[in-house]
Design a protein around this ligand. Structure first.
Ligand code: SF4
Length: 427
């Protein structure tokens, strides 16, 4: 037991041909140079050799003479190697060993933090989304065998350079963010996100990629300041005070609804995924097409009001679990500043909230008069799994979302925190 994973991964079993989706539909499947060669070796001499030559093609995005490849898609957006039962024909004929890393490991992502291996799931898989969002204890981290990562050798690395303060303190910073999200008490998800924004702003002046604030004689002082800030944000009274100041803010909702609609609408054309496009069409229609942001906001606010008494706690759980899983799966050190990371997560959460409250099941629940019955909760759960999974798969990975987030965030610092408030409006 040398690795850790959230408890939900110990419960995960691939649903194979009974899955409502497939791992690869609508996605680009990258194949690294070594994986490409391994695949060619595995199919050599078999009828699949010609198919691999035809369907695994150089990745033009990597420039002339590319050594990496991508797998071709059919007109329906499915991988060219998927068979009629939606199962991988290469896996069936040649075993898991033949598969590229991304296919063999999905929906797991493994990261080595120093010597420690962490394995986390992707909500782009519907079964992971179900297990992660719905069980209260799903995110407890438990010891597991490295085999849970499937190919632990392909894990990415964070840290390991003792001189790099940015990655050296990353685990402590992340632990505080997760504490803010998971601290017991009646603190709204929006207030928790605002607290993370404030934490990021407090660290922004001296803790960022490439910082020199921890060098030489300044190191002890910078580390003491960092620890003080982290300690204060982990304290329940800090969160309570932030909740109070956040609740007093009054902001217009139209801009929030407009941003969410434009993010999702922008993904409709590029994504060849029937389930995603059907969901987006239904959600936009529920907001009157999404062209009139103030009206969309009015509809959203009305639904939120109606759902709140019986099912708000359940909705809050989905968002907390999504955010914690995000912190575990995506190291914040991938971005240059913590505030950029928190802003992007807030944008993702906003889009998810807008989508969930436009889902036909949620609209029907609100129109029918919501009660917190087991049946109502089960219907809400199913809608949430569909929304979180499809948005994770088709929106959260899009480079356009990162570009948009950079534009919306402004010039950084307190301006970015102010703009983040607009995104927190609907939460
Ligand atoms: S999306 Fe998840 S459950 Fe569905 S086939 Fe892929 S790994 Fe299995």
């Amino acid at each position: 037991m040398t690795a850790t994973a959230p408890r939900y991964l110990t419960r995960f079993r691939c649903l194979a041909d009974t899955c409502e989706d497939t791992c690869c539909s609508g996605l680009v499947v990258p194949v690294g140079k070594a994986c490409w060669q391994r695949l060619r070796d595995a199919v050599a001499g078999s009828p699949d050799a010609a198919r691999v030559e035809a369907f695994v093609q150089p990745d033009e995005g990597s420039g002339p003479g590319a050594e990496d490849a991508v797998i071709a898609k059919g007109a329906d957006g499915h991988c060219a190697f998927l068979d009629a039962r939606k199962l991988c024909s290469l896996h069936g004929a040649h075993g898991e060993r033949a598969l590229p890393d991304v296919c063999a490991t999905f929906p797991r992502a493994a990261t080595r933090w120093g010597e420690r291996l962490e394995v986390v799931g992707s909500l782009a898989c519907p079964e992971v989304a179900r297990l992660c969002l719905l069980a209260e204890d799903s995110l407890e981290r438990v010891p597991v065998s490295e085999d849970v990562a499937v190919r632990p050798g392909s894990a990415r690395r964070v840290g390991g350079d003792a001189e790099d303060a940015w990655t050296r303190h990353a685990e402590a910073v992340r632990a505080t963010a997760v504490t803010v999200l998971q601290q017991p008490g009646a603190v709204s998800f929006a207030s928790r996100m605002f607290a993370m924004g404030q934490l990021a702003l407090r660290l922004d002046g001296f803790y960022f990629r490439g910082t020199e604030a921890f060098s030489g004689d300044a190191r002890a002082g910078a580390e003491a300041t960092l620890q003080d800030v982290l300690r204060s944000f982990a304290a329940p009274e800090t969160l309570a005070a932030i909740q109070e100041s956040f609740s007093a803010l009054v902001l217009p909702g139209g801009p929030w609804a407009g941003i969410c609609a434009s993010v999702v609408r922008a993904r409709q054309a590029p994504v060849r995924g029937e389930r995603f496009n059907a969901l987006v069409s239904a959600v936009l229609a529920s907001y009157g097409g999404g062209e009139a942001p103030d009206e969309a906001w009015r509809l959203f606010a009305e639904r939120r009001e109606r759902l709140a008494p019986g099912l708000n706690a359940r909705v809050e759980q989905y968002f907390r679990h999504h955010a914690v899983n995000h912190w575990l799966r995506h190291p914040f050190t991938d971005l240059p500043r913590l505030l950029d990371y928190v802003f992007l997560l807030t944008l993702r959460s906003a889009v998810l909230r807008w989508t969930l409250f436009g889902h036909p099941t949620v609209v029907a629940l609100c129109e029918g008069g919501v009660e917190g019955t087991a049946e109502a909760q089960a219907r809400l759960d199913a809608a949430a799994v569909e929304c979180f999974q499809l948005i994770a798969k088709h929106v959260e990975v899009s480079p356009e979302l990162h570009t948009l987030a950079r534009g919306l965030a402004g010039s950084g610092g307190s301006e970015t925190l102010g703009r983040m408030l607009v995104l927190l409006k609907g939460m």
